[in-house]
Design a protein around this ligand. Structure first.
Ligand SMILES: Nc1ncnc2c1ncn2[C@@H]1O[C@H](COP(=O)(O)OP(=O)(O)OP(=O)(O)O)[C@@H](O)[C@H]1O
Length: 491
């Protein structure tokens, strides 16, 4: 004889089955409807045609979010072999040829089905700015050559153009603040310090700058619902390579056969051709008359004299504004944190001086010890470093400290606000990302409406409410519940 379970009545079984099916169906619909789609990416490519070299950057972002919220990140970079495109002025076709290897690399990195929809941009900076000043027809021919070469790529080529110094500074600032997530959240922004080979840029937001004084230094943005009044300035000829020319020109004004350069290590000895040194619009008008063909560049390794010669390339005498940096250029009071990238990073990283909590005096002392080290020892210590870079680190370090403190007015107190950076969250700091974000309208002017809850939160709430409703339903059907008789039923 078996005892009959009161829950095994047809009504309770049907209610339970329907309830379970309803819960499973509801949760499935909630999960499927709101599940993030399998991630597909879109791509963008930017070629940075700098004065010293060209680099290609590939960016990717989630395909379904390209118009506003998707995070853009750098997935790959390719260094073009050879010098910058401006060096091909006499053989422009070679400028186009030089890009081919990196374009082939990009073809392998970007999925083939995305090639034709992937925008490809080339932006040229100070090297081409100088070439266009020197010889605009040669500069046009170089642009034509790179355009012809890039048009043959399978990507959607959007043109090659010369960026103004202001654009270079402003897009560098956008990159740094976008990668730091400062724009979306409306946080205090980070200033951008970019040291290239031929120009250098400083860009920051300052409370005492509204653009009325020196409007040519003002760039306004409305990003994610916030207005920014950015101060930016680019100094052509004050990139690291051109600044070295300026100091060498300063030391060769009388057309000597040799110079004892305090910014190079003792024992350094190189022959330099006058025509090579003065072959740049930054110094060409100062070429000494009647100079020999070459001069011997000898190192002396004297830090304080090096500081003096570097200082002498800046002009601090005239300023028609309330305040200036140098060369009569307006600059508002420095404000906030700064990210210093490109050559700022390469040089300070080599010199082991990226830690800005080290007092400026100690930084100067360490640099002076480095500069005084004989050239032979330096070469022995760093057998793998490119000789040109190695020979110049003493000059470059001195130039960076002079530019920051004498040029831009950083003090012992504000120096720790600078962070020497190469990458932020895997993407290189530089103007290219900001340039692409701007051209693809990827930073909206207004803050996008975001869903109240993340997907996981939404699914959890739907599940909990469904279970509660089901329990409620079961209890509301209480009158129909089978009653247990005191006497066990006998079947
Ligand atoms: N590892 C390194 N050590 C020292 N200097 C370096 C190193 N790598 C690059 N440089 C130099 O740093 C400078 C800046 O390089 P970057 O590529 O940012 O400039 P660029 O884009 O060529 O110049 P610009 O922006 O002025 O057109 C150049 O003079 C370059 O030769």
């Amino acid at each position: 004889m078996k005892e009959k379970n009161p829950w095994h009545t047809p009504v309770t079984i049907i209610i339970t089955v329907i309830g379970v099916i309803a819960i499973v169906a509801l949760v499935t619909v909630a999960v499927l409807q709101n599940r993030p789609l399998t991630q597909k990416y879109k791509y963008g490519i930017v070629l940075d045609a700098g004065s010293s070299h060209t680099a290609l950057y590939i960016y990717q972002w989630p395909a379904e979010k390209d118009n506003n919220t998707g995070r853009v990140e750098q997935t790959h970079s390719c260094k073009v072999k050879g010098p910058g495109i401006s060096s091909y002025a006499s053989e422009p076709w070679k400028a186009g040829e030089s890009l081919k290897d990196c374009i082939e690399d990009a073809k392998r990195r970007v999925p083939e089905k995305r090639h034709d929809e992937t925008p490809l941009y080339l932006g040229a900076t100070a090297g081409m700015r100088l070439l266009s000043i020197e010889d605009s027809s040669a500069s046009n021919k170089v642009f034509q050559a790179v355009e012809q070469s890039l048009q043959k790529s399978p990507f959607s080529f959007q043109g090659a153009r010369l960026l103004s110094g202001q654009e270079e500074g402003a897009f560098g600032w956008v990159t740094v603040n976008y990668l730091d997530d400062r724009l979306k959240q409306g946080l205090e922004t980070t200033g951008a310090l970019d040291l290239g080979g031929a120009s250098t840029q400083i860009s920051f937001v300052s409370n005492n700058y509204d653009g009325s004084e020196s409007p040519k230094n003002s760039v306004t943005f409305r990003l994610y619902g916030n207005d920014y009044n950015l101060y930016t300035n680019s100094f052509l000829c004050y990139g690291k390579d051109q600044a070295l020319r300026l100091t060498l020109a300063q030391q060769t004004q009388s057309g000597p056969r040799s110079i004892l350069d305090p910014c190079f290590h003792p024992g350094y000895n190189e022959t330099v051709t006058y025509s090579d040194l003065y072959d740049s619009p930054c110094v060409s008008d100062r070429k000494p008359q009647g100079a020999p063909v070459t001069f011997t560049h000898l190192g002396q390794g004297n830090s304080s004299q090096c500081q003096d010669v570097v200082k002498s390339i800046f002009n601090f005498t005239h300023c028609r504004y309330t305040q200036c940096s140098f060369n009569g250029v307006f600059q508002p009071l420095l404000q906030g944190p700064f990210g210093a990238f490109s050559a700022y990073y390469f040089v300070m990283n080599f010199l082991n001086l990226t830690d800005t909590s080290i007092p400026l005096e100690v930084v100067r002392k360490r640099l002076s010890i480095y500069c005084e080290t004989p050239w032979d020892q330096i070469k022995q210590r760093h057998p793998d470093v490119k000789l040109k870079y190695l020979a110049e680190y003493c000059f470059s370090g001195t130039y960076i400290l002079t530019l920051l403190t004498k040029g831009y007015n950083f003090t012992s107190e504000s120096y720790p606000n600078i962070k020497f950076i190469k990458k932020i969250k895997g993407s290189d700091a530089g103007w290219t990302l900001g340039y692409m974000l701007n051209l693809t309208n990827m930073i909206p002017a207004e803050a996008p409406d975001s869903p109240l809850l993340p997907h996981s939160g939404y699914v959890s709430i739907v599940t909990v409410i469904t279970v509660l409703l089901f329990v409620l339903l079961i209890f509301s059907l209480r009158p129909f519940w089978p009653r247990c008789s005191k006497q066990p039923q006998i079947i």
